[in-house]
Design a protein around this ligand. Sequence first.
Ligand SMILES: [Zn+2]
Length: 254
Amino acid sequence: MVQSYFEGENPDSDEMDQEYPYNFVAHLLPVPNLEWSPLNIDITEYLYRETIRPVEGKMVALTFDDGPGWYTVQLLDILEEYDARATFFVQGDRISENSAAMVRAVELGNEVAGHSWTHANFTGLEPAEMAEEILRTSTLIERYTGVRRPFYRAPFGAIDDMVEQVSRALGYAMIGWTMDILDWYHLDSDKMYHQIVDNVRDGDIILMHDIYESTIIAMEHVIPWLIEEGYTLVTISELLYHNEVQLVPGKAFP
Ligand SMILES: [Zn+2]
């Protein structure tokens, strides 16, 4: 159980169903320590313009969760070969042993943001535990890459009122997806390729995982196909910027 800023009792589970005043969870956030620091970026100003390329025509954001891992390096080779970018939603407790891949991802122009520390379902956590999952991951990404994003992707995409309120108190928005090819379930490169080729549309955010070899093999074919079809493979920030989307703390996009 994580300590709280304020003494007194945490709301019990019944009270969690009630309406709380704005920012009530700020009182339940963990005490700052060496492991994490609060978000130091205003979400309305965060777009680092130097990472945003001019893009004309169709865009797709490839997103990879649950890494960095063994196969991340292979994926980066493919992205580099085609001058394509992607976004990595990394799991905090996997960063240290694969930090070189994460640093290289950012150096190549890819985007890295958090996907929790332990891949816990946030809807089952106390606010302070959830806050620590987000902040610890975000802080470690910044220590390795110098970059911190005011958004994260929730494990399992699981978001409820409490998750929204804690995110809002911390200043983070959530990023979802528009296409889920269930790469982790099928483990079938051919199937993934056809799902994307048959269904992709301008502006899609495709959910995948860079911890499976089959996903990387699929990307060897998907990435050149998308480029051939006129898509620019963009980061989440590039997609937001070019579609004039303003993220809001505590809200999920799309
Ligand atoms: Zn995940």
